[in-house]
Design a protein around this ligand. Structure first.
Ligand code: GLN
Length: 540
């Protein structure tokens, strides 16, 4: 549609947690729905090379792309909104920028120059921003700058944006600045001063915001909009209200109503039409008008934090809409499930045992699996959840009392979950797990072959430990079947218990691939199984 790729930079001011990722994803959705090939990129100003080594308490879920990049959870929103896969190029951290500049320096690529933040770090940032644009795959690249303007860490990014705006020319790069308009209840007023200051902070770095997206809990009246426009050097139609929404999936429609897509396209001198949001709105309609409710337990150790299991929670929203079911997810801390699991789990219509690392809470996960297996409650185990299902089955059905993962007990005499040979010599933690998309062949007459309606699938992985094939025959004979294999290595990727109505454990992470327009079939089938269980077990 266009020849020159256009760039939209999204910056944030006043405070963190304003929802830049959702605004960027919503804008991208509107531009995509107008026919523009759009992608989003996130630049994170921390020193970790990627978020793979970060504890979910620090930074929420680590999202994994097809090409095996461990990335910021905002990339999950981008994929869920756009239904277009992201890659390593879509997430860059300060750590990665410095790592690459230092490697170039060691190779002697700077020809004796003093290596400095400007120009070397800023050049590297500019190059990373333009990788997606130069691919020829996109008309518009939206680049979200993490952090808040004015932070020391953000300075090189803001400087790179200033230079790029200049290099690319007026109508090829714009800045959308997200800010907060607080309401002071004592004064009964919305206050614009923090926004004025944050726009001024940007200007001190030579960057003028073109569009202001104002987060607010109250409607912005015309006077406020005029005031913001006047003090911040933007047009009135470029003051966009972003009011709190009951679901993030409402935000594209709210932004459409405010004309965010039109103002952005006008500034980029691109044609603006009405976006086609038909299928999006069908999803919203189903999401908001469920016919039934099911209660699903989410067993994990980070359950107090919404962001830690972001993709799983969103997958339930997609799968719920597909089934016209309201999925009430009940987070249950795995450390609080003792042998007497019944009180915590008996009212549930399905149980998902979550991914995770380390020993804490695993006995609770094993107790939960035992309870749902014996009581025939639908079960989905993801990654560590699948490994716990194999351990539970080995201990309680096969009688292998010592069965464990060598992650939890390296000395166990019955390592039903163990490291592959190639993992045993690894000492560096970052980026060395089995990561990214791997093929998996499905066995006929299994739940998964029906669910996927295919013989071969590709799913994303993020783990070090594996089902130990030395125990496969014993486990299978006792009634837990392996129904998915990696064709290259023979590794077991899926287990099922055919004598149970719906018991599936997967070594991979289906939640990373669920999107609004493509709800993940495994989650859709799990929610359906939960609904069937509820109908069967609730007396009418
Ligand atoms: N800790 C397990 C492993 O490394 C599972 C990882 C996960 O659940 N993502 O194999």
């Amino acid at each position: 549609m266009t020849t020159q790729t256009k760039y939209v930079f999204v910056t944030g001011g006043v405070t963190s947690s304003l929802g830049k990722g959702i605004i960027a994803a919503s804008l991208a959705k509107l531009l995509q729905a107008q026919g523009y090939r759009t992608t989003i990129q996130k630049l994170d100003p921390y020193i970790n090379v990627d978020p793979g080594t970060l504890n979910p308490y620090e930074h929420g879920e680590c999202y994994v792309t097809d090409d095996g990049a461990e990335t910021d959870l905002d990339l999950g929103h981008y994929e869920r909104f756009l239904n277009v896969p992201t890659s390593q190029a879509n997430n860059v951290t300060t750590g990665r920028i410095y790592q690459s500049v230092i490697e170039k320096e060691r190779r002697g690529e700077f020809l004796g120059k003093t290596v400095q933040v400007i120009p070397h770090i800023t050049d590297e940032i500019k190059e990373r921003i333009q990788i997606l644009g130069n691919s020829g795959d996109y008309d518009i690249v939206i680049t979200e700058i993490g952090g808040t303007v004015g932070d020391i860490e953000s300075l090189p990014y803001v400087e790179a944006v200033r230079q790029l705006k200049w290099d690319l020319g007026e109508h090829n790069a714009i800045v959308v600045h997200l800010t907060l308009i607080p309401y002071l209840s004592a004064a009964g007023e919305l206050k614009t001063k923090p926004t004025q200051h944050s726009v001024k902070t940007l200007m001190e770095s030579g960057v003028q915001a073109d569009v202001l997206v104002c987060r607010t809990e109250h409607v912005l009246n015309d006077n406020i909009r005029i005031k913001i426009a006047r003090f911040c050097n933007v047009h009135e139609d470029a003051v966009i209200q972003s009011i709190d929404a009951s679901t993030i999936y409402d935000v594209p429609n709210l932004m459409l109503k405010e004309g965010l897509d039109t103002v952005v396209l006008n500034k980029l001198q691109l044609e603006s039409n009405t976006p086609d949001l038909t299928s999006w709105n069908v999803f919203l309609q189903r999401h908001k008008n469920p016919k039934h409710t099911v209660h699903i337990g989410l067993i994990g150790k980070y359950v107090e934090l919404q962001d830690s299991y972001k993709s799983i929670l969103e997958s339930f929203i997609h799968a719920g809409a597909a089934n016209e079911v309201n999925v009430e997810v009940e987070p249950i801390h795995s450390e609080h499930i003792d042998k007497n699991a019944i009180e915590k789990l008996s009212h549930l219509h399905g149980v998902l045992v979550a991914p995770g690392f380390g020993e804490r809470g695993i006995e609770g996960k094993i107790n939960a699996v035992q309870y749902v297996r014996e009581h025939k409650i639908p079960f989905l185990g993801i990654c560590l959840g699948m490994q716990m299902a194999v351990i539970e089955f080995s201990r309680n059905v096969l009688g292998l009392k010592e069965a464990n993962s060598t992650e939890m007990n390296p000395e166990t005499s019955q390592p039903v979950i163990d490291l592959m040979e190639d993992q045993k010599t690894i000492t560096r933690k970052g980026g060395t797990m089995r990561l990214g998309s791997w093929e998996c062949e499905l066995i006929d007459d299994s739940i998964v072959s029906k669910v996927y309606n295919s013989k071969s699938i590709k799913e994303r992985h993020r783990h070090r430990y594996e089902y130990n094939n030395a125990y496969k025959q014993k486990i299978e004979t006792a009634g837990m079947k392996s129904t998915g294999f990696n064709p290259g290595t023979g590794l077991v990727e899926i287990v099922e218990i055919p004598s149970h109505p719906w018991f599936v454990g997967v070594q991979y992470h289906p939640e990373y691939k669920s999107t609004v327009s493509n709800p993940h079939p495994l989650f859709v089938a799990f929610v359906k199984a939960a609904l069937e269980y509820k109908k069967k077990n609730t007396s009418v």
